[in-house]
Write a protein that binds this ligand. Structure first.
Ligand code: BGC
Length: 723
């Protein structure tokens, strides 16, 4: 066994011996939900239930055991972490481990055994509603950030549950859509991050996806779960279904799924509950199938020190500590991305006397939305509060909404909203979408818009804070387009006419079109949902207390049809969805086919400048490394993320030749990320860097640079690796 632990056979023997003492009924209780977030334990043998909780940005609030009604307790407020996209934007593996550690400690502190995180699906389209829960469009970056996150969680004797295995790249019809994909594409783009998390990172559990692949539901797929996961990868952790992802007793029982969870309260009627018990009793399904699942669950419990005297040694965890909040702040700081800064408008002077913030995202709280990733944050500092906290009382900081997102009226039907999950298996697994997506150009919008434009000219400094919110970035629904909602494009354009140096800050989980106003905007900052300290971190970046160092973990397209899933493949499919774009996902497509994005993968500016002085490749057993020197040429400290891309001759050669699209199966992408390192430099400081690169073999060019487009040094070399 690779990955999880060394004493696999010893643990397995112990677990099997315990399994042998259980009745069929007891075993069945352990392999399906008996509570919305827990299985049944076996009291007589002191086997506890397995207790789970969402999710990736913090531990979710407590629900009634059999109803999606929050218990309304006052002790389930938690540390709200930056979302996984924000974490990916830091390109900082250490922070990923620290964030995982915070989540693991909090999960254990709240008494959980499994935390249903991280989400690591590849961002195939900017419209996928759950993109904010995912890391990147690039498999290497995803794996490099998510695996340490998993390790961080599991230091706390709590299991990570990497999700959703696999190709869960859209929310539309997520329960039924069947993904058509070439096997090589699956293996090159969509599976590697799972391998990194499960095998290299040792994730003790994995969640099957709702959708189908090759006609089989992922949670009962022989191909995914048996052939790949168990046989090829030799994974012996626990496979948990997504909530309601199982559809057939025999298929599920005979697949490598271990636990069936769902959203309904008829627990005994779950496919792997009474129906399975009956099938085993009647001899239709061999009892060994059940035994194997139970043995794996017991192995998990043993690894988490949940059984016997070992329980005394189990870590206890802790939540809401000052250290956790500090870690959330540090991540938020490194996640902010400076997209544009003409004429060095940023950083702003702290001495400004009157500042106007425009836009609802200056004030809006995001932690309580998005679907199963929502949490009850202990607090959440909005950008408006962050600016006021940073500048103090001598500066006049005013706010106007600029647009209406319905936020002022939100929460009035909180009960319905909290219960969306109960109905989440209806209509193919989507949420009621129509309402959320349709905003109207009402008289109210006009008035707010007019008010903002009238005021803007009278202020020294104007900061626009808009973008998306969880009415758009949300589980169960995909966005209809990449446009900014609530008439923001027209608003930003007019504001820039009266206040040309207005700073534009956008918050969201996925790229938006900026074409209507970007040519006029001098400075633009992007912030993913950045956790409880996000507003303060943003203020620090705006006013120069922190030098921005985040870089885009995904391509910001000019328009949605510049994304390969939309122009070569299909998005979103209803019954089927064909991934015809093949391996040309994200920048792999744009770079190869000469489609210029608004802001490219890996892009992000700094308040200082970095000089790439030298780079060469050094062969080594593990894939070798790029060794080089970089220097901070400016007057303030900063961090650069040095990226290494493999540049393929064929890919480079077809740049811009659209007709080659017909032959994409034969092409390699012009550029592929194979290494990166974040380096912190004082003013004037130079450092030697060693960037290990992904195992690869053969003659090639390596591009070393500051983004996928901004390649500073090209090395011609022969890679020494294994494949
Ligand atoms: C989501 C999962 C989540 C589960 C439990 C499902 O709707 O797809 O990611 O962990 O619910 O809340």
């Amino acid at each position: 066994m690779r990955g999880i632990d060394m004493n696999n056979s010893e643990i397995r023997e112990k677990a099997a011996a315990l399994t042998a003492q259980l009745t069929l009924e007891e075993k069945i209780g352990m392999i399906h939900g008996a509570h919305l977030f827990a299985t049944k334990g076996v009291e007589r043998l002191k086997i506890p239930p397995l207790v789970m909780s969402d999710g990736p940005m913090g531990v979710r609030q407590e629900f009634e055991p059999d109803h999606w009604k929050p218990l309304g307790q006052s002790d389930d407020y938690v540390t709200y972490l930056p979302c996984n996209s924000a974490l990916a934007a830091t390109w900082n593996r250490k922070l990923a481990r620290t964030m995982g550690g915070v989540l693991g400690a909090e999960a254990r502190g709240r008494g959980k055994d499994v935390i249903l995180a991280p989400g690591i699906n590849i961002k195939r389209s900017p419209l996928c509603g759950r993109n904010f829960e995912y890391f990147s469009e690039d498999p290497y970056l995803t794996g490099q950030m998510a695996a340490p996150f998993v390790e961080g969680i599991q230091q706390w004797d709590v299991a990570a549950c990497v999700k959703h295995f696999a190709v869960n790249n859209q929310e539309t019809q997520r329960l039924w859509v069947d993904v058509e994909i070439e096997e090589e594409v699956l293996r090159e783009i969509y599976l590697p991050a799972f391998y990194d998390c499960l095998i290299k990172g040792g994730s003790l559990t994995v969640m099957g996806a709702y959708n189908k692949i090759y006609g089989e539901h992922c949670c009962q797929s022989g191909y995914l779960l048996r052939d790949i996961l168990r046989e090829e990868w030799e994974y012996d952790g626990v496979v948990i279904s997504d909530w309601g992802g199982v559809h057939d007793t025999k298929l599920a029982a005979e697949s490598e799924l271990d636990i069936e969870m769902s959203v309904t309260d008829n627990f005994d009627a779950y496919f792997m509950a009474d129906p399975l018990k009956k099938a085993v009793e009647q001899g239709n399904i061999p009892k060994e199938r059940v035994d194997e699942k139970v043995t794996r669950i017991l192995m998990l419990m043993m690894r988490l020190h949940m059984i016997g005297d070992d329980r005394q040694t189990r870590k206890r965890g802790v939540y809401n500590t000052p250290e956790h909040r500090q870690a959330a702040l540090e991540t938020a700081r490194e996640s902010v991305i400076l997209l544009k800064n003409e004429g060095n408008i940023l950083p702003l002077q702290k001495t400004a006397e009157r500042i106007l913030l425009i836009g609802e995202n200056a004030k809006r709280i995001h932690s309580n939305g998005g679907g199963s990733a929502e949490i009850k944050a202990l607090y959440e500092i909005s950008p408006l509060m962050g600016v006021k906290m940073l500048l103090g009382g001598s500066v006049q900081v005013d706010f106007v909404r600029g647009y209406d997102s319905g936020y002022e009226n939100a929460g009035k039907n909180g009960e319905d909203e909290a219960n969306w999950q109960e109905k989440s298996l209806e209509d193919g697994g989507g949420r009621e979408q129509a309402e959320a997506k349709t905003w109207k150009q009402t008289a109210l919008q006009d008035n707010l818009h007019r008010e903002a434009v009238e005021l803007a000219g009278g202020y020294d400094t104007v900061i626009y804070v808009g973008g998306l919110n969880h009415d758009y970035d949300s589980e169960g629904l995909d966005r209809a387009d990449m446009k900014l909602p609530y008439g923001q494009d027209a608003l930003i354009l007019e504001l820039l006419k009266v206040k040309p140096d207005m700073v534009v800050v956008l918050t969201g989980g996925s790229p938006v079109e900026m074409g209507e106003w970007i040519h006029r905007a001098k400075s633009v900052l992007w912030s993913y949902y950045a956790g409880m300290e996000g507003g303060y971190a943003l203020a620090e970046v705006l006013f120069g207390s922190v030098n921005p160092s985040g870089k885009l973990p995904e391509t910001f397209y000019k328009k949605v049809t510049d994304c390969s899933a939309h122009c070569l493949g299909e998005f979103a499919g209803v019954e089927k969805v064909s991934y015809k774009e093949g391996i040309f996902v994200g920048y792999r497509y744009n770079e190869t086919f000469g489609v210029i994005p608004q802001f490219c993968f890996g892009h992000g500016l700094s308040y200082t400048k970095f000089a790439y002085e030298d780079a060469r490749y050094e062969a080594g057993a593990d894939g070798g490394a790029v060794v080089g020197r970089i220097r901070n040429e400016g007057t303030c400290a900063g961090a650069e993320i040095v990226q290494v891309y493999r540049m393929s001759e064929t890919g480079e050669a077809v740049k811009g030749h659209w007709r080659m699209a017909e032959n994409i199966a034969k092409l390699r992408p012009a550029r592929e990320l194979i290494g990166f390192e974040k380096v912190f430099l004082k003013p004037g400081e130079g450092k030697e860097l060693r960037i290990p690169v992904k195992e690869a073999k053969g003659r090639c060019k390596l591009g070393v640079g500051s983004s996928v487009k901004d390649i500073r040094i090209v090395i011609e070399t022969t890679l020494a690796g294994m494949n």
